[in-house]
Design a protein around this ligand. Structure first.
Ligand code: NAP
Length: 300
């Protein structure tokens, strides 16, 4: 992130908002501790994918910082699906654990949906179980998927009310695109938007995007959203996390979003940077779901 961001452009600071989510959680966690409850999160990691290891480690660290109980269960890539289902069933029955996540991607011989279906919906802190997906769709309380929930929190913090606005979501994945669209279309506070979902087969993508008061990019390709696709004064939420080669950095790469930030930002009223925008919110909302799940399961 660099360059000439217009003075009128608000940079949405995901790190700060995530901090404020964690601050609010601390009081809740203290209350639960007084009632003898320590929320517990179990992460199951199958195989040795480096990105998955990094994600799981940072989730465990986030638990530690908030004094939540956490377990990481590591298994080699060649364990059987039945073995994994056995682990999930044990965690379902474990009273110390209120949140279960099975880190994706799973090895090719496993069926992700069967594993998701095996998780007790009350402990499904990723919000991927079809029960929770259904509850989200009909606007009933359940566990919301972390990244879309984090986007709503960002908008709320910056008092960007989607009500009556044209929202265009680019991307239709089950973890970001579809759920954020489903949340923002609800007849509910911080929703009531008119939502369009675009994807790789959308005709005239630039024209569709230009209609957006709030443009949400969840694509996974750098620089897909260019200056000509964004209306003056729009709010842009960049969910993408992409590695691009950069020999000037120690690691040889840097992280960028899906939006050509330097060119697009000056046109926006507000925009999320990458890194430091949506990313920090995802883990914060995972912590929030774990605390919420513990409170609901224990009735405290
Ligand atoms: P995904 O499952 O690969 O979905 C990408 C979507 O983008 C698909 O719907 C695809 O269309 C669409 N698409 C691809 N190229 C396009 C193009 N040129 N024009 C319009 N649409 C296009 O990805 P995802 O899991 O939703 O993740 C998206 C990005 O968000 C990734 O970079 C991921 O790393 C990042 N992410 C970040 C967080 C976070 O915490 N910050 C969390 C989750 C994901 P089709 O359906 O037609 O193929």
């Amino acid at each position: 992130m660099s360059g000439s961001v217009g003075e009128k452009t608000q940079i949405i600071d995901g790190k700060e908002v995530a901090k404020s989510v964690r601050r609010a959680l601390k009081d809740r966690i203290k209350g639960l501790a007084a009632a003898g409850v320590t929320p517990g999160l179990a992460a199951v990691l199958v195989g040795d994918d480096p990105a998955s290891q990094t994600y799981v480690n940072s989730k465990a660290r986030a638990c530690e910082k908030l004094k939540l109980y956490s377990e990481v269960i590591r298994r080699p890539a060649d364990i059987s699906q039945d073995e994994l289902l056995g682990i999930v069933n044990d965690l379902n029955a474990n009273d110390q654990i209120h949140g279960i996540l099975v880190q994706s991607p799973l090895p090719k011989h496993m069926d992700e949906l069967s594993v998701t279906l095996a998780i007790d919906p009350a402990k499904d802190v990723d919000g991927f179980h079809p029960f929770n997906v259904g509850m989200m769709l009909i606007g009933r309380p359940g566990l919301l998927p972390c990244t879309p929930h984090g986007i709503v929190k960002l908008l709320e913090h910056y008092e960007i009310d989607p009500s009556g606005k044209q929202v265009v979501v680019v991307g239709r994945s089950n973890i970001v695109g579809k759920p954020i669209a489903a949340i923002l279309v609800q007849k509910a506070p911080m929703a009531n938007a008119t939502v369009t979902i675009a994807h790789s087969r959308t005709a005239n993508l630039a024209e569709v995007c230009r209609r957006a008061d709030i443009l949400i990019a969840a694509i996974g390709r750098p620089d897909t959203i260019t200056e000509d696709m964004v209306r003056e004064g729009a709010v842009v939420i960049d969910v993408g996390v992409n590695r691009v080669d950069d020999s000037s950095t120690e690691k040889g790469y840097r992280l960028v979003g899906d939006v050509d930030f330097d060119k697009v930002a000056p046109k926006c009223s507000a925009i999320t940077p990458v890194p430091g925008g949506v990313g920090p919110m995802t883990i914060a909302m995972l912590m929030s779901n774990t605390v919420e799940a513990a409170a609901r399961i224990t009735g405290k």
